[in-house]
Design a protein around this ligand. Structure first.
Ligand SMILES: [Zn+2]
Length: 356
């Protein structure tokens, strides 16, 4: 975790974290896709780095000492990184998997867990109580912290209240409101803001992303989400043709996307159409593509329907039927009131969605 590999918008927050962090537990939170995990690792690396102060500007990890090499190789004995199974491949850490093995063994052939398991947290607590291997601190990085279930969180709480001598915890979260208040209150809090658009666009350009301003707006300004969404088929071209398709009552582009991304896209389209309808600026799409004179009352009702669909999007539904129904709801709301035949809007799209 050298300076050069750090995401450019994390430089200032890292300096802040290294300068101001006191105590044994830090909670880094901010919107999804801005690098909480990367910042947590950079703070951990800086804490464990054994390089001379002269090669560590701002107290960051030097990237060259043996501690830094062990971290890069994922084998530092005083660093434990807990992430749910579903994120291990993407983030390149499997520590939680090993720590959670005893509980997870029977499930190893099942779908990878989205939770940080109880056994993993138990192992982290045991890890924190061991003496340090290299004479410095012992670091536990836990991300996303809201993926702990209540049992895990309560177990961790005890350790956060009475931390073993050398242990430090760094929690990353995009949804701190879902953490136990008692866990939050035990942590020093560092809020990670959205990066500046220019910085984010330059970073996306450096990674070869086409039309970065379009996909950055599509992702609500969250640059790392852009990368994730591109992998799922949400590129600039797809995003730009979406309003036209929905206005025509088609879900061609959406049909290839996972349901949570479909619902997210429809919510953003609905938001922007509503913004334009009341004279505000759109946020996710180009103004010309969403200012078609949608009906405010219908768009408001549609926003409610989509919010409910978003709550259900992670659960197994009849996805093609669900997408079709949602597209039709937004399609009707996007057209001017006169153009809509009142007889076509009686069926609730959610009633269709829930049909077994
Ligand atoms: Zn170092």
């Amino acid at each position: 975790m050298t300076g050069s590999s750090l995401l450019p918008w994390l430089e200032a927050p890292l300096a802040q974290a290294l300068h101001a962090t006191r105590g044994h537990a830090l909670l880094i939170h901010g919107p999804q896709g801005v690098g909480q995990f990367e910042l947590a690792l950079a703070v951990a690396a800086a804490t464990l780095c054994e390089g001379e102060a002269s090669v560590r500007p701002g107290g960051r990890a030097c990237g060259h000492c043996s501690a830094c090499h062990l971290i890069a190789a994922r084998t530092h004995p005083d660093l434990l990184v807990l992430v749910p199974e579903v994120l291990q491949l993407a983030l390149g850490w499997s520590g939680a998997d090993e720590a959670g093995e005893e509980e997870g063994a029977s499930k190893s052939k099942a779908k990878p867990s989205k939770e940080i398991r109880v056994a993993a947290v138990r192992a982290a607590i045991a890890f924190a109580q061991q003496t340090t291997s290299r004479g410095g601190a012992k670091l536990v990085v836990l991300y996303p912290a809201e993926r702990m279930n209540p049992t895990s969180a309560n177990m961790l709480l005890k350790t956060l209240e009475e931390p073993p001598g050398q242990a430090r915890f760094i929690l990353g979260s995009a949804a701190p409101q879902r953490l136990l208040p008692t866990v939050r209150s035990r942590c020093q809090v560092l809020r990670l803001p959205l990066p500046g658009a220019q910085l984010a666009i330059r970073w996306l350009q450096s990674r070869g992303v086409a039309e970065p301003q379009v996909v950055l707006a599509a992702a609500g300004g969250q640059p790392m989400d852009v990368i994730e969404r591109l992998a799922l088929g949400c590129d600039a071209q797809a995003w730009q043709r979406l309003p036209r398709e929905v206005l025509a009552g088609q879900g061609t582009t959406l049909a290839a996307w996972p349901l949570p991304m479909v619902v997210d896209a429809l919510q953003k389209l609905c938001h922007d159409a509503l913004a334009c309808a009341v004279g505000a600026a759109p946020r996710y799409f180009a103004a010309a593509s969403v200012s078609g004179g949608g009906d405010v009352a219908r768009l408001t009702a549609c926003a409610r329907t989509l919010r409910e669909a978003a709550r259900n999007a992670e659960h197994p539904l009849n996805a093609p039927l669900g997408i079709e129904a949602l597209v039709q709801t937004l399609h009707r709301a996007l057209r001017s009131p006169a153009a809509v035949s009142s007889s076509r809007e009686r069926a609730s799209p959610l009633a269709t969605l829930r049909r077994p």
